[in-house]
Design a protein around this ligand. Sequence first.
Ligand code: MSP
Length: 520
Amino acid sequence: MASNSPSRSYITTPLYYVNARPHLGHSYTTLLADVIARYRKQRGLQVTFLTGTDEHGEKIEQMAKSQNRDVREFVDEVSQDFRTTWEKMDLKFDIFYRTTDENHVKQVQHALQTLKDKGEIVFREYEGNYCVGCERFLTDNEVTATGLCPDHQKKPEPRKEANYFFLMSRYQQQLIDHYEKNSNAIRPEHYRQEVLSFLKQPLADLCISRPKTRLTWGIELPFDSHFVTYVWFDALLNYLVATGWSGPNWDKSLWETTNHLIAKDILKAHAIYWPTMLLALGAPLFSEIHASGYWLVDGTKMSKSLGNVIRPLEIEERFGRETPRFYLLREMSYGQDSTFTLEGYVNAINAYLANGIGNLASRVLTLCQKNFKGEFAPSSLIEIDHVVLAKRETTLTAWNHGFDELKYQNALKAWSELVTATDLYVNENKPWALAKDPAQAERLQTVLGVCLRLLQALAVIAYPVLPQASRALLAALGIEADPASSTSLALENRSLFHVSAEVPKLFLRVQLPVTEPAAP
Ligand code: MSP
């Protein structure tokens, strides 16, 4: 990270709609936010991590009604489901935001009134094709050749009604200038180009109201009680309101470090609607948007409406703690779509975690126990020891580079290469053979000491992705220092290790269930 980076960081995930229970697609963004938050904290930044739920709008009202449920009770239940899922997955958010909170409602109404008073909102008739799944009007360019919404595979409904419009088009040029000047404002780069090319077309104004005759589950417009606010206008404001806007204690300096994590489905709302709202309100723009591609199952986006969902907690319970964190980051090339397969999952867990770090740690720690009762000091390093130890630094550099460039896959590859290099070092130096020759006692101490230093580095580097495994491994090495603290990254050369008597099982080999042959 550059030396002039801010000392604070505000990381947000989208607020998830409560019409669906959390699935692996939602988990990817939330666990990535957790990984980035831990990564930045480990580098001394003060991080605020926000996630939460988006609870108004037509599709939520429809979903609750289709189940004969009271809408408020329904949203409370699903919102809690999101919260509990993230807590069980050890995702350490600082703010869990709900758009049905009283303060949010008050601030959205304040924003609407401010914009109305400034002449940024007008009343107009509108006709278009509305996708309830997207909760927005789709243009002709956005539908498929057969006229379907590409994400929901449904035909948008034609609608004509009088509504309030936010004069978004006024900000088109300012937005183009901003994105042209700030190459990191939308990452990866191809999404910035996509937004800039979209902005070459004239920008339409944004319809920000829904008549109560059609929808009541929303925030009432402060200047017209016959309407509620369009759900996106309501929800996007969460990011700003959570920093204390528009009160006297608005934490503007935190707001200015904002890093929105999203997937490409909501790029337009975040890269176009949202900044124009901020410009109209006179608030600074967010710092960066990071957009991922989709997790696909059987070639289509995983989503509740398509019925092909994988549940994060089920996967974690079945294949082991922290395995979704590792697999999802290792498998997805950030910004591109990736396909989730159980075979791929099982192979990755076995290859890199169970047979990789898990097996390496248990091999080395068992040898330490056997030979020195858990305590020893490495000394008199020779050339091959220095060579392998130097790989710690190069791994950390590659890891940091991966994070800076949003190439998490590369970061994890570099880390796995250090596991392999350590394994190779063990194989070449044969500590089990050294142990048989009393004249080699000192060399044995050194070889195992080098391995322990390498394991320490592997644990510290992996901390943002595998926090619990990192802590368990450090504890087994007898190291009390917290991997979450920035001092742990100094990759010290310890001269004495007190290895614990118990060899931890970091990751177990997993298997796909075998279909039983039918009984004869
Ligand atoms: N409520 C809006 C966001 C409002 S933010 C102010 C919304 N909610 S959502 O529940 O549909 O969540 C969309 C987000 O969930 C995506 O942008 C992404 O972060 C995550 N994902 C949901 N399904 C996904 C995949 N299949 N793959 C990757 N991420 C996915 O849109």
